[in-house]
Unconditional design. Sequence first.
Length: 136
Amino acid sequence: MISAGNCLAFFPLSCAAVLDFRRRIIPNWTVLLIFCCAILNIAAGALTLQEAVLGTVVTGVIFLLTAMHRNGIGGGDVKLCAALGAVLGLERMLFLTVLALLALVIGGKINKQDSMPLAPFAWGAFCLLQILTIIL
């Protein structure tokens, strides 16, 4: 079953994906709303505080270190993925990250682009993860 926080996180994540695709920017308000969805998940018992913190810290550090060494990942991508880590927890966030990055690499090769926005791919992976949660 999908938690209320995950359902609600779909909307700010959708806004972040569209804005990242069009303007290559992820507004802070979308990240803040996703963190609020994580708080809702914790309050509802869908996720423990430890799972949310671990998801945020590990994901945030991985993306921050990557951003420091590669120009393609921006601060908005780091914040967005840290917020998604809070909503999903570490295990699901790592699955989402693998799916999103795989799709990003394949999409970049097909379109022959060196730089592509991450948020639309994170959105697609998030949606797929929610569908898998319903099915399985």
